[in-house]
Design a protein around this ligand. Structure first.
Ligand code: SF4
Length: 172
């Protein structure tokens, strides 16, 4: 699992499985999940990668290519990964407009100074991960329901095709 340009809500939805997680977890080996631990490297040979969030900066873009190279199945997990989602509202503005707004508020330290080395450079726009790599499945929703996430994981564990909604907005 990874969070790119997202809000963690998709991860929280997974945790919302509560005790049902106990049924799923024994069958999984979680090898990379920066939101719960701080692994330095994405390991090779991942079966399924759940990607939350779209691509906002150069680091996101680097990571999604590495994820694709090292994973058999890549899942766009939630609306942000699949379509850009709420962060995509930033696409109403240019990159320069965003930076000049964010770094000039009264609550900003060193007001007016836009960091250039400490943070990865922004892409021009927020984009879905499918603009960069092949995506095998989309789990839609903002966030996807816990049941939908669990059903998809269980299906993949059983070697079956996950039954996922085809609608962009999920009202399940
Ligand atoms: Fe958050 Fe919704 Fe995006 Fe998931 S899809 S990261 S819940 S904004």
């Amino acid at each position: 699992m990874i969070q790119l340009c997202g809000c963690s809500g998709c991860h929280i939805s997974l945790l919302d499985l509560h005790d049902k997680l106990l049924e799923v977890l024994p069958n999984l080996e979680i090898v990379y999940a920066p939101i719960v631990a701080d692994p330095k490297e994405i390991p090779e040979g991942i079966d399924v990668f759940l990607v939350e969030g779209g691509i906002r900066n150069e680091h996101d873009e680097h990571l999604i290519h590495e994820i694709r190279e090292k994973s058999k199945i890549v899942i766009a997990w939630g609306t942000c990964a699949a379509y850009g989602g709420i962060p995509g509202l930033a696409n109403l503005y240019t990159k320069e407009e965003l930076l000049n707004t964010v770094y000039t508020t009264d609550s900003t330290d060193n007001k007016g100074e836009i960091p250039s080395e400490e943070i990865p450079a922004l892409e021009e726009y927020v984009k879905p991960i499918s603009d960069f790599v092949k995506v095998d499945y989309i789990i839609p929703g903002c966030p996807p329901t816990p049941k939908m996430i669990a059903d998809a994981i269980v299906a993949l564990l059983n070697g079956e095709e996950p039954k996922l909604p085809t609608k962009i907005v999920c009202d399940e």
